[in-house]
Design a binder for this molecule. Structure first.
Ligand code: CO8
Length: 258
């Protein structure tokens, strides 16, 4: 496994675990960290032994945003012509396996945006979400204005983006930003367990299910339903469908091939 300076990676069963590890800056997402994260995500995505990926930070911070000190003096031509946001920042979106964000502490600015790029967000009871960029004279730049609005609706998103107000875990759960809240001490174990559960399913069905849910954010209802039907039918060409349905009829647990 590759050696990194700002993240830690490990494998737990069939789950690839990535911990952002830049505690002195509350996991601020500098260029090096984002490049390492992109590399680790790609590695786990390609590894056939891995079924799902968990992305987490520390107890105090998932990530407190893009690195303000690194961005401070950048000029418009520099940020425009450098592929600063594209490839590195959107790496999570290119992963085909499910990515679970296990968020404890601050998930602010780019940190909240990266969490929202993941497929599922589990929040520790101390999690805090926010898009405070307005206080720095800018706005979210990695999808926050779009993904937060889709997740929590216009009024709450607008208030957060215009004032920088943070949401605590309870509010984030009520607003459907996170799937559920778990005690801080159990956060990573719970996220890994969720990844393991996904790993017991038929891999083609998992990949197609992820695509189908994501299609809901990109298409009309009619087009989305048509897409779902097409990919649903395609699963009848997989071993997983034969095994899953045979197991039900024979009253046993399915054993999907890895
Ligand atoms: N960037 C750089 N350093 C940071 C960041 C950050 N985002 N956040 C915290 N740090 C550093 C602090 O400067 C401090 O370092 P030092 O000890 O050297 O002064 C250290 O981390 C600890 O931070 P604090 O002392 O501030 O800790 P507190 O517990 O008092 O406060 C907060 C915690 C509330 C999280 C506070 O640190 C804070 O407000 N941080 C900034 C949050 C923020 O504004 N985030 C948005 C950044 S902009 C952004 O994300 C744009 C995304 C665009 C994405 C696409 C572009 C590539």
């Amino acid at each position: 496994m590759a050696e990194y300076g700002m993240i830690l990676t490990e494998v737990q069963g069939r789950v690839g675990l990535i911990r952002l590890n830049r505690p002195q800056a509350l996991n601020a997402l500098c260029d090096q960290l984002m490049a390492e994260l992109a590399d680790a995500l790609k590695g786990f995505d390609k590894d056939p032994a891995i079924a799902a990926i968990v992305l987490t930070g520390s107890d105090k911070a998932f990530a407190a945003g893009a690195d303000i000190k690194e961005m401070q003096h950048r000029t418009y031509p520099e940020v425009y012509f450098d592929d600063w946001i594209g490839e590195r920042w959107e790496a999570v979106l290119t992963v085909r396996k499910p990515v679970i964000a296990a968020v404890a502490g601050f998930a602010l600015g780019g940190g909240c945006e990266v969490a929202m790029m993941c497929d599922i967000i589990l929040a520790a009871d101390n999690a805090k979400f926010g898009q405070p960029e307005i206080r720095l004279g800018v706005i979210p730049g990695a999808g926050g204005s779009q993904r937060l609005t889709r997740a929590v609706g216009k009024s709450k998103a607008m208030e957060m983006v215009l004032t920088g107000r943070m949401m605590d875990a309870a509010e984030a759960e009520r607003a459907n930003l996170v799937s559920r809240i778990v005690p801080l001490a159990d956060l990573v174990a719970e996220a890994v367990k969720l990844g393991e559960t996904i790993g017991t399913m038929s891999a083609p069905a998992v990949a197609i299910a992820k695509d189908a849910v994501n299609a809901a954010f990109e298409t009309s209802l009619t087009e989305g339903v048509r897409y779902e039907r097409r990919v649903f039918l395609s699963l009848f060409g997989t071993e997983g469908q034969k095994e899953g349905m045979a197991a039900f009829v024979e009253k046993r647990k399915p054993a999907f091939r890895r």
